[in-house]
Design a protein around this ligand. Sequence first.
Ligand code: PMP
Length: 401
Amino acid sequence: MSHIASRLAAVKPSASMAVSQAARELAATGVDVIDLGLGEPDFAAPDHITEAAFAAAKADRMLYTASLGTPDLRRAVAAKFSRENGLDYAIDEIAVANGAKQIIFNALMATVEEGDELILPAPYFVSYPEMAKLFGGVPVTPACAAEAGFRLTPEVLDAAITEKSRWLFLNMPGNPSGAVYTTEQLQALGEVLAKHPQVMILSDEIYEHIVFDGREFVSFGKACPELRDRTLIVNGVSKAYAMTGWRVGYAAGPKDLIKAMATIQSQSCTSVSAPAQIAAQAALEGPQDCVATFCRAFERRRDVVVEGIAAINTLTLDPPEGAFYAYIGCAALIGAKTPAGEVLTDDVAVATYLLNDAHVAAVPGTAYGLSPFFRISTATSEEILTEAIARIGRAVAKLDM
Ligand code: PMP
């Protein structure tokens, strides 16, 4: 038996990946399963992006690069922050890593001491608390209710901060909620944070281009410039350019933190794969029309889901403001009896019922720290979404409430 380090004892594997695994297993038995578990754009990355990587790999030897990314890519990232977010960062304030996930991982490894608290407003991205625990951090997960648009309020933030708080994580548009913050809402949080210099802010803005109803996306860095020296802005090409498998994420933040992240990166993966960095640079510097096209498609899908769920009167969903998920409230189903006589005691039971009866894979809200909900990904065609919702409606109608 292998010895597994104790730091892993409390760390869970990704819940959305587990749901997809269960869906695949059911599908392998011949069942027609609709998997709405994982969140990946279903579009192809635009040709100019893949061609840039291909041409470079054919023309040149692909060698290790600087740990924090090629100077060209880091310049392209700095230019992106300036052009799209109105933020000025120097090259030595920019990091590139294997996805936003590795950026977050490196940042936490560089900063978290045993017992430090990380404020993760719930519902949160599933990986945040697990990464926090990996480094001895303690997740503090204040609930952000659907009635408050799933947004963190200054009061809730104030109550969550202690002397041990090391990080506040914000994620906008939010996964799974879709919640977006206005400048005023961010500044109200900034006022609270100004009183607590021990708290660093990680703003995960990976879904920034997927915002609906004409909303304007405002970076935390733009709303709260006075917190610049303790803010890490995280982003990447996965969602904006349909490039999840290329694994390129980036961040802008204080020089000393970026330098510490470089040390970690140089002793772990060395660098992001060179062709992937060339592809990411092409994405950031090339034509941007794909970004708006993807966003419009996600908005139409959001509309299909909102309309479909509204017709099922035991489920609740306010229109998500961005990203490509719907976080559906299922409080009315808790306590209901399935045709097999099983009582749905929590949202895990609801998601299990939906998988086994409707053959739709959704992730239970427990995974995101706010129940009872389930999340479906809307990163699939309108036809598939329509069919999935029809199935969910039929399964819910069979319950004895
Ligand atoms: N942050 C959030 C909120 C996400 O939803 C995801 C992907 N599901 C990531 C980060 C990871 O992105 P990347 O592919 O760049 O690692």
